[in-house]
Design a protein around this ligand. Sequence first.
Ligand code: UD1
Ligand code: CA
Length: 466
Amino acid sequence: MSIGAVVLAAGQGTRMRSALPKVVHPLAGRPMVGWVLDALTGAGAARTVVVIGHAADVVRDALPAGVDVAVQEEQLGTGHATRVGLGALAADCDVVIVACGDTPLLPAALVARMVEEHRAAGDRAATMLTAVVPDAAAYGRVVRGPGDTVARVVEARDASPAELAIREFNAALYVFDRARLETALAGLGSHNAQGEIYLTDALEALDGPVVAVTIDDPEPATGVNDRIDLAACEAALQRRLRDEMMIAGVTMPDPQAVYLSAGATAGPDTVLWPGTHLRGDTVIGEGCSIGPDVVMTDTVVGDRCTVVSAHLVSSTLADDVSVGPFAYLRPGADLRPGAKAGTYVEIKKSVIGAGAKVPHLSYIGDADIGEGTNIGAGNITANYDGFRKHRTRIGARVKTGSDCVFVAPVTVGDDAMTGAGSIVTDDVPDGALGIARARQSVIEGFTAKATARAREAASEGGGDSR
Ligand code: UD1
Ligand code: CA
């Protein structure tokens, strides 16, 4: 005896008006259906089958590993889709959770509670989730039977005016006794407004009681049908993620201005200032100050770092690193303990050694910069010769002058220096000064001579009075 789950996700979601199938639309950086799958796994489902159909390949690619799929070739309705899903579900699953791929706010604890109640009751054919709202809009209405049972669910399109007035709606999360569900589904027709085989019709056909679990707050049951629902779910998930993070010890002076992905984490005593976006699998340590205005994707940050007004992608910051304001760290930027990337600095695929600093207006790409080195303002590693990329190696404790260009491949040794304005094309040995610029020449008395020449030209009646 084990719990299986079927997730209905074959529909197009016409009201989304999107080229992307509905269940793949991201919420907090993860496909909508992923949230549903998490809740089911969290509730103890041993096996899950996702029913796909519309844009099947796109949906399949968005699913995590270990999830089974069943293809519903034609979208003939939720009842038909459930039949298809059950056909691919392991035989030993005798209790089946059926959920929709478009209800991303379902909490695992609620699903678990329904499974628990269903099993404890013993004789039930189904346990279903309902909620009561002032206007159930397009949702299916719940027609009650005796006691706490449900007699049937009528879709809004098929409902009489009296049924439309019912305020209890079907949240489309069910726990079924599998054998009885299969029997009920086998006998269903499609005599309804949409000509579809409705899963909701199986409820009435089941041999045994159907009991509702009714929630006071309808939010967990929100189904996404259009982009307004999508925005509401995004807001709800963001709130959940922020609350979890704050409970774990992160400070957010203005929580609503912080955007998190499902995979992002931050340690205690870190402050996330307004305009901070943590995307992908970004991991932040303890005691950091991040923001205002920082976007980080798949970036790992150590403890006690400061990042202000910056964009970071697939970068690594060790402890005590400082970034920004106005820095762009691209994939492979690897800042070692105490390093600094300052203002108007771009770094890609480069190691900035412990305590090394790139404070102003520089591009560092494909470079290794040693410990304690200071890069002068406006330095550039010319890493691309038009055909291939090359590395620049700058040793430890180096001081480069302002406005240097390092034409890679080139190496500057430990404790070396470079003169301001140098185009460094040759290696600079340890402890040496590399200087590569034209010598300055001085023309004495130039200004007076030039002024005299200009006056002469004017008195000869040149047309231009400037
Ligand atoms: C469904 C319920 C309704 C409930 C509402 C809650 C039915 C008939 N109605 O209505 O009572 O209040 O959910 O959100 O079940 N799907 C398939 N194959 C199909 C048709 C649908 O996989 O042939 C999938 C869709 O991709 C979607 C889910 O089933 O993820 C629900 O389908 P949808 O058309 O959105 O049903 P609703 O009209 O919302
Ligand atoms: Ca729906």
